[in-house]
Design a binder for this molecule. Structure first.
Ligand code: ATP
Ligand code: MG
Length: 369
């Protein structure tokens, strides 16, 4: 090995050319290639029906890929049954056994694996301590709150020290406050235990908070795999730009392309400079993507020239506590959002004409939607 070269650790999980159809006709997962590193927290994010659960089920061994191969620590797992894959699982409806106590529920994966009585006791106690529920050992699931049941499900998935834990919308049934608290707890467990977690959600803010990397699914295809900040700053297409974070879309036509930038004509006759991220060339339709916090409203009467200046009409303003939004009519988009800084009271009146501006680097020319 050359000095200074770093050999990447082999992937813990590798999906290679994975396809899945349930009915023999329609592919619900299309050619999935995905490497998951040891110790990583990776989230599969995407709308309903995009193939997230199917992907998880194939990894767990409850569904068989139609094509391709899944590797665990570089070994194909086609012929390894689910309970031999050393994978812990947590699902949305937590499915604790109602007739077993909390301690018995947590002990269940150990009994399947034929652990000794002493080891089982020790591990169950440690798991109860981990979720801070030592005093609940002898209750039954029906006597716990939703969040407590969710913790037990988590303990049950972790009690046998799996190398990999799969979580499919584990917090979907919880209210917002509890969900946010559990997000932090899961994240902490991930950090202290050093396990690899594959997490599924369709909640983009949950994915952004928790993940090292996010794979954005749409219609059975991974659109982009990246760190949360990279997905937000550098979406590769309109779907990702729209799915991650708040996003304004302006429809336009590419006039010229020069290196990384292009000039785009918008409805109403204005043109703007944009980063040419995903455009085929001059004459092509494009959808511009501009984040609400990257737009400034130019105070009335100020006529200074900027690179990207567009006339806008104020529709209304929305107060949101820590900030406010202005809703504007801009180049054919009547719901163009601009984030207003706290304290900066613009005194914007509905019907008022203003100008907005944004930097060319904050405006992405993407595929037309
Ligand atoms: N057992 C099954 N038999 C037939 N079709 C299925 C089966 N499970 C899932 N599907 C179909 O496969 C597609 C992908 O489903 P999947 O459950 O993987 O989506 P998802 O991304 O997990 O969605 P959600 O966010 O709603 O949970 C959907 O069109 C679904 O109807
Ligand atoms: Mg699902």
């Amino acid at each position: 090995m050359e000095a200074g070269m770093v050999t990447p650790a082999p992937a813990l999980v590798r999906f290679s050319g994975i396809q899945k159809t349930y009915d023999g006709e329609h592919l619900v997962v299309k050619n999935l290639d995905l490497d998951i590193r040891k110790g990583e927290f990776i989230t599969l994010l995407g709308p309903s029906g995009s193939g997230k659960t199917t992907t998880l089920m194939m990894l767990a061994g409850f569904e068989v890929p139609t094509h391709g191969e899944i590797y665990l620590s570089e070994r194909p797992i086609k012929n390894v049954p689910p309970h031999r894959r050393d994978i812990g699982m947590v699902f949305q409806n937590y499915a604790l056994f109602p007739h077993l106590t909390i301690a018995e529920n947590i002990a269940f994966p150990l009994s399947v694996r034929k652990s000794s009585k002493a080891e089982t006791q020790e591990r169950v106690s440690a798991a109860l301590r981990m979720i801070k529920m030592e005093t609940f050992a002898h209750r039954r699931p029906g006597q716990l709150s939703g969040g407590q049941q969710q913790r037990v499900a988590l303990a049950r998935a972790l009690v046998f020290n799996p190398q990999l834990v799969l979580m499919d919308e584990p917090l979907g049934a919880l209210d917002k406050r509890l969900r946010e608290q559990m997000q932090l707890e899961i994240k902490q467990l991930h950090e202290t235990m050093g396990i690899t977690i594959v997490y599924v959600t369709h909640d983009q803010s949950e994915a952004l908070t928790m993940s090292d990397r996010i794979a954005v699914f749409n219609d059975g295809i991974v659109q982009q795999i990246d760190r949360p900040d990279a997905l937000y700053e550098h979406p590769v297409n309109s779907f990702v730009a729209h799915f991650i974070g708040e996003n304004n879309v302006l429809a336009g036509t590419v006039e010229t392309v020069e290196r990384d930038y292009c000039r785009v004509a918008l409805a109403g006759g204005s043109t703007v400079a944009a980063r040419a991220v995903n455009v085929s060339g001059a004459g092509a339709s494009t959808s511009l993507s501009v984040r609400p916090e990257r737009v400034a409203i130019i105070p009335n009467g100020n006529s200074s020239e900027g690179p990207n200046r567009l006339p806008a009409k104020v529709q209304n303003t929305i107060y949101l506590g820590d900030h406010a939004l202005a809703v504007l009519d801009v180049a054919g988009n009547a719901e163009f959002m601009v984030k207003l800084q706290p304290g900066a009271h613009h005194g914007l009146r509905p019907g008022e004409s203003v100008f907005i501006t944004f930097r060319p680097e904050d405006c992405l020319a993407l595929d037309p939607v």
